[in-house]
Design a protein around this ligand. Structure first.
Ligand SMILES: [Fe+2]
Ligand SMILES: [Fe+2]
Length: 139
């Protein structure tokens, strides 16, 4: 299922883990909304939640980049590129007209976002967490 939190996403940095969980929580709400099969139009609600996801994502990325810069993470450039890509992706979705095939399109979006964020945490974020650990930085 999309946006399902798994223990292996934990990086051992409490504030970061909390923020990642919150991203999943917002994502899961988008998913639940998109899965509703009734006769009502959920377009506005979906757009509102996507906006919330974007806002929180931007907050999280800023927080993470400040942390990486504070502790001089060696691969900060790659992280910033990844983050910018993701933000642009959500922005382009939010400005797109998903009104026609609402459910199908929303599920595709959520699927893409959940896969991106899971693999970003698993491969990119874990790298800075390991580097901090090797440097003896504790949180
Ligand atoms: Fe990141
Ligand atoms: Fe992250």
């Amino acid at each position: 299922m999309a946006f399902e939190w798994k223990d292996r996403y934990n990086l051992g940095i409490p504030e970061i883990d909390k923020q990642h969980q919150k991203l999943f929580e917002i994502g899961a709400r988008v998913y639940d909304l998109a899965m509703i099969n009734d006769d009502y139009d959920h377009y506005d609600e979906i757009m509102e939640l996507l906006q919330e996801l974007l806002n929180y994502t931007e907050y999280h990325f800023r927080y993470e980049e400040e942390l990486m810069s504070k502790y001089q993470y060696s691969d900060i450039g790659q992280q910033k590129d990844d983050h910018n890509f993701y933000v642009q992706k959500i922005k382009s979705i939010s400005s797109r007209d998903i009104d026609s095939e609402q459910q199908k399109t929303t599920l595709e979006i959520v699927d893409f976002l959940s896969q991106w964020i899971s693999s970003h945490i698993t491969f990119s974020d874990r790298k800075y967490a390991m580097e901090f650990k090797a440097k003896g930085i504790t949180f």
